[in-house]
Design a protein around this ligand. Structure first.
Ligand code: OGA
Ligand code: NI
Length: 371
């Protein structure tokens, strides 16, 4: 692992004998994740979790500013039976996707049992004995089921205060036996419901772009589905690190389920705005690939998760994406007044850059493909 860039951005260590690469390697080799550190009783953050001070102060500032504006909440009730309601919902999705890139949905048809079951299953896995979890710990990106702390540590400046259980559910889902026993059934059920909801949402999003309802499904947007099941342990020094650093999602659309703890924020009009947990709701956000094919009409907004004294916080992010093609702005959406903003992008190249290219001064991966 190459981590020389990590050193520059961290506060100097007393005595300065601290070898960050060695510490990170030891952390990774422990296969016990952030939860392992918490279980061991650490009271101070290991330096590789500490974010630069300016980011810490922006955390403090955002905690002070009470949020007057909130991301839209869209009620999907009667979506399949009431055409007038449907039109209204499409309009709400269009507006939310243009201005925020984020919204929440309620009455989406996925039951509380399925949602709670998934949260419990994910919690169950992360709270399994080390012997069980370590068998899944790997950075092999070809595997369909993995457990890792900090999947993108090689590209970021500091580690996130979270551990992640990952499933690639489509195309070609794992054999049930490959899933951890404690969350096997719940994950299979949950992902079937998420695929259905994904279809429903992508039809609405197609219409919100003025396209045929099946356009984005036929395009392949729902062919690939990955679940990232995060566990954010309670943090002894929450003002010195982040649960998830600011990022945009590398997919078409994300369906996020968060538990009651909160901490998710969206960057909107130069401020971090909290996304309050609503029982039974999903948070939906536009990813980079939808921003690309909609020619920038729909926004892939930056978001992050604060660390917290309280925890664990559990969330499940479901990513709809496929990288087996080249795509650019959808031709039907372009005109003399709306010329293409992006090149034709080989999505494999995009995702490779997203995963491996080091952070550089605010330029997002998608920005690099602008015309
Ligand atoms: C993600 C993400 C937010 C959360 O997985 O990309 O932004 O609340 N997760 O865990
Ligand atoms: Ni995200």
């Amino acid at each position: 692992m190459e981590n020389t860039h990590l050193q520059q951005d961290l506060p100097a260590q007393n005595g300065s004998n601290y070898d960050i690469e060695k510490e990170l390697k030891a952390f990774d080799e422990s296969k016990a994740g952030v939860k392992g550190l918490v279980d061991a009783g650490i009271q101070k953050l290991p330096p590789f979790f500490v974010v630069p001070e300016n980011e810490v102060s922006s955390i403090a500032a955002s905690k002070l500013s009470a949020t007057h504006v909130q991301i839209p909440v869209i009620d999907l009730k009667d979506i399949h039976d009431d055409l007038i309601r449907r039109e209204k919902i499409i309009e709400e999705i269009r507006s939310a996707s243009e201005t925020w890139g984020f919204f929440q949905v309620v009455n989406h048809g996925v039951s509380k049992e399925i949602m709670d079951g998934m949260i419990e299953g994910v919690k169950g896995f992360h709270e399994e004995k080390h012997e069980v979890k370590k068998e899944f710990y790997t950075r092999d990106v070809k595997k369909k089921v993995t457990y890792t702390s900090n999947t993108l540590i090689h590209k970021t400046k500091a580690a996130d205060w979270k551990d992640t259980l990952y499933f690639r559910m489509a195309p070609d889902s794992p054999d049930p036996e490959e899933l951890p026993v404690v969350c096997r059934e719940t994950t299979i059920k949950y992902s079937a419901h998420i695929r259905e909801l994904g279809d429903t949402l992508l039809k609405l999003v197609s219409e919100a772009l003025g396209l045929d309802p099946n356009y984005l499904i036929e395009f392949g947007c729902t062919k690939g589905l990955k679940l990232m099941c995060h566990y954010y342990p309670a943090c002894p020094e929450p003002n010195r690190t982040l649960g998830s650093k600011p990022h945009t999602d590398p997919d078409f659309l994300t369906i996020l389920m968060q538990d009651h703890n909160g901490g998710l924020q969206v960057f909107h009009e130069n401020k971090w705005i909290g996304v309050p947990p609503i029982p039974g709701a999903f948070v939906i956000n536009v990813g980079d690939l939808l921003q690309l094919i909609s020619n920038g009409k729909f926004k892939s907004a930056e978001h992050r998760v604060l660390a917290n004294h309280i925890g664990p916080r559990i969330s499940v992010a479901s990513f709809f994406a496929i990288y087996d093609r080249v795509c650019g702005p959808i031709k039907e959406l372009l005109s003399d007044d709306n010329p293409p903003l992006y090149k034709e992008v080989p999505l494999m190249e995009y995702i490779t850059q997203y995963m491996w290219k080091k952070e550089d001064g605010g330029m997002s991966t998608l920005d690099r493909f602008r015309l």
